[in-house]
Design a protein around this ligand. Structure first.
Ligand SMILES: [Zn+2]
Length: 268
């Protein structure tokens, strides 16, 4: 079995009747190309009437599917027809899935120079990813606080060990990519106490364009930034400001179903 627990009932449950039947049509027409499995990630290209095929990514764990995204603009009622078509292939024709190494396994084969070369080539071919690299590196290069801020906490978190740790990991050629991103989150969380204003500013500046441009495949990143902003607002005792900001976002983006679903995480 390609994905634990995958069944047609689950696919139907997560899509509406029209997406399901159109997805099934796509599956029958053989519109799914390049179906690959890398660890706990399934990826496929689905050809529709468009010039460029849509990219579907499905993550799962032992309990089943944890997320399903597609690059198409559909954001209405459950999974789109491309996700349905991909999952039908996984469930009915798992033998066509090609097993490939995970990102971590691939990166482990590269030394530092090769990793740099890879990143340079990626940016040459896809200039837009320089923004992601910029975002990653600027998090590591967190500015130091200019003045000591009064804090109600008894002990302050010193972020400098994280900074040097993250830099060392980068020098090692991104071999511990997943661990590094965990550390970036810890750095940001520490900054919530040191420089909450800076966190609010930065987190909003990163989250807002993703939501405004309707980049559904990056909504989870936007919501993660908003979680940092919320923590920083609360740290400053500005709960009302946070609620107002959140309501403003809900008013502006209330029709983006995928986004509003993820917004529920902000209640935690
Ligand atoms: Zn789609």
């Amino acid at each position: 079995m390609s994905i634990p627990g995958i069944s047609e009932a689950i696919i139907r449950h997560n899509s509406n009747a029209s997406s399901y039947s159109r997805g099934e049509e796509y599956y029958r027409k053989g519109a799914i190309a390049d179906l690959k499995k890398r660890g706990n990630l399934i990826q496929a290209e689905v050809e529709g009437g468009e010039i460029t095929p849509y990219q579907v990514s499905i993550c799962f764990d032992a309990g089943g599917i944890t997320s399903a995204c597609c690059t198409c603009p559909y954001d209405y009622d459950g999974w789109c027809k491309h996700i349905v078509a991909t999952l039908l292939s996984c469930s009915r024709q798992s033998e066509i899935i090609e097993e490939r190494p995970t990102l971590e396994q691939l990166l482990n084969r590269l030394d530092l120079l090769q990793t740099q070369r890879l990143l340079q080539e990626l940016v040459e071919n896809r200039p837009e990813i320089i923004d992601d690299i910029d975002e990653f590196v600027s998090l590591i290069d967190l500015p130091k606080p200019k003045t000591k801020q009064p804090s109600t906490r008894q002990s302050k978190i010193d972020i400098s060990p994280f900074r040097s740790h993250v830099k060392r990991i980068l020098r090692d050629g991104l071999k511990e990519l997943e661990y590094a991103s965990e550390l970036v989150h810890r750095v940001m969380n520490a900054a919530v106490f040191h420089r909450p204003d800076w966190v609010i500013d930065n987190a909003r500046r990163r989250a807002e364009p993703i939501m405004e441009q309707g980049k559904a495949d990056r909504y989870d990143a936007a919501v993660n930034w908003l979680k940092k902003a919320k923590a920083a607002y609360l740290q400053l005792g500005k709960k009302a400001e946070w609620s107002a900001y959140r309501s403003q976002l809900e008013a502006a983006h209330g029709r983006k179903r995928k986004l509003m679903e993820l917004f529920k995480e902000l209640n935690k």
